[in-house]
Ligand binder design. Sequence first.
Ligand SMILES: Cc1cc2nc3c(=O)[nH]c(=O)nc-3n(C[C@H](O)[C@H](O)[C@H](O)COP(=O)(O)OP(=O)(O)OC[C@H]3O[C@@H](n4cnc5c(N)ncnc54)[C@H](O)[C@@H]3O)c2cc1C
Length: 411
Amino acid sequence: MDEYDVLIVGGGHAGAQAAAVLRQNGFAGSIAIIGDEPELPYERPPLSKDYLSGSKSFERILIRPARFWSDKDIAMLLGRSVAAVDPAGHRVETADGAMIGYGVLIWATGGVPRRLTCTGHDLARVHPIRTRADVDRLRGELDGIARVAVIGGGYIGLEAAAVLTGLGRHVTVLEALPRVLARVAGEPLSRFYEVEHRDRGVDLRLGATVMCIEERNGEASGVRLADGEVIACDAVIVGIGIIPAVEPLLAAGAAGTNGVDVDAYCRTSLPDVFAIGDCAACPNPFAAGTRLRVESVANANDQAVTVARAVVGAPQPFDAVPWFWSNQYDLKLQTVGLSGLHDATVIRGQMAARSFSVIYLQEGRVIALDCVNATRDYVQGRALVIAGAVLPPDRLADTSASLKELASSAA
Ligand SMILES: Cc1cc2nc3c(=O)[nH]c(=O)nc-3n(C[C@H](O)[C@H](O)[C@H](O)COP(=O)(O)OP(=O)(O)OC[C@H]3O[C@@H](n4cnc5c(N)ncnc54)[C@H](O)[C@@H]3O)c2cc1C
């Protein structure tokens, strides 16, 4: 049986970064990454942006050049999936029946796209966007596609809508809730993006309940809504979230429901088993200590640092401020903090000028910012979020003073 001091399951952002940071921190033991995708670790955000549009090649989205992994003596066991974990025996079983032993196991498996359950969900030309293979399949069909229905008005759906509109396709976005981005942002930001998409010709339907996908010759040909209308299309993109890929770990007895539960050091309830990234539900100091899963590259990278420190014997609790970005058309959104618990918002800057920030307050404290084409606010607002600064809303809205000046006056 092969055995590694550290075995990392999942070769995405979190897994790749954990291996790299372990080496940076001087970890000299053996490391392997076992990942079910065939490719070396690559960046996922471009899949709904530059890689989908064709403006970035796959080589340009690799997280590290191929030689990095061999130079750092990190074994890559690619195209292989872990099916079971034996925590008592400190070993995993792969889907091809092999046993691999570990000293420490780092579970970094992200999630699988949530699928529709209605009739037609499995037709040809119905696409998730989670992996390079998903996007290659979609891109391979683009020549024959004039009309696309995007189900889900979250970041991935909206980014895909922006790219495909830019490529001259007619896009309809179908969102079940009364506004886009409802799970991640406040209403002002949702309304802003709704106008932007509509202005570019996207047919955006809110409160749209999908009943089924219609077919022609085994391929998706339309989306039937609850009110009976059929949105004719040549392809469907489904962006309705992910299900954390934690079944083998939960089956082995790890605590968790939505993902696997970890403590502030990213330790699961199983001995010597850590979990990081999209699949890990971790107490978050920026959400009043609530245990939650955060789906972002920054979270994956920061938890990789937390786990690496714990493994090399210099543990520090996870306390990184969350941040995120999204690119749609010429709009660069940068987010810092978690806005979920806000009870008030302040708009700073001009929405009409397409450069502004939505500042989220909870009981008067700044907890998050969504900055659209406003990088300075994003950079300077970070300190306000970290401090939980209390500032009068009219001062936050007043662009004659920078957020840096406000931060120092609050301090
Ligand atoms: C299209 C798209 C756009 C995005 N845009 C942004 C953005 O703009 N900004 C941002 O911050 N975040 C963005 N995200 C989110 C970000 O990519 C994720 O938060 C990040 O990839 C999480 O890293 P991870 O390592 O936890 O999971 P992943 O990167 O998903 O990696 C997990 C890996 O584990 C593999 N795996 C799963 N189960 C097993 C198993 N049993 N055995 C072996 N391998 C397994 C998976 O196939 C995958 O390769 C985007 C995501 C997508 C899909």
